[in-house]
Design a protein around this ligand. Structure first.
Ligand SMILES: [Zn+2]
Length: 90
């Protein structure tokens, strides 16, 4: 896979993932990066993603970037770049 197609996949990834509770049938949605969710109606826990260590999903790439952003000064610098992207790239 090329970087260009990976970037396109990230750009097209919706922020929410729809799910149907296997126990009560309730339909809902959670953030697409969530690995687990608890049904708001019957509290049944449901796994929504593969384990991060496997690394086969575009969500895993986003997790890797989030980890890479680090903390402290590194995170501050990454968030400064995000502000630039949010304000000047559209
Ligand atoms: Zn349920």
């Amino acid at each position: 896979m090329s970087f260009a197609s990976l970037i396109e996949m990230i750009n097209k990834l919706p922020h929410e993932r729809a799910f149907i509770c296997p126990k009560c049938g309730r339909r809902d949605a959670v953030n697409v990066l969530s690995i687990y969710t608890d049904c708001p109606q019957c509290s049944t826990r449901q796994k929504l993603r593969g384990y991060g260590a496997v690394g086969g999903e575009v969500e895993d790439v986003i997790d890797a970037v989030l980890k890479w952003m680090g903390s402290g000064a590194s995170l501050d610098a990454a968030m400064k770049r995000k502000e630039e992207l949010d304000h000047y790239s559209d």
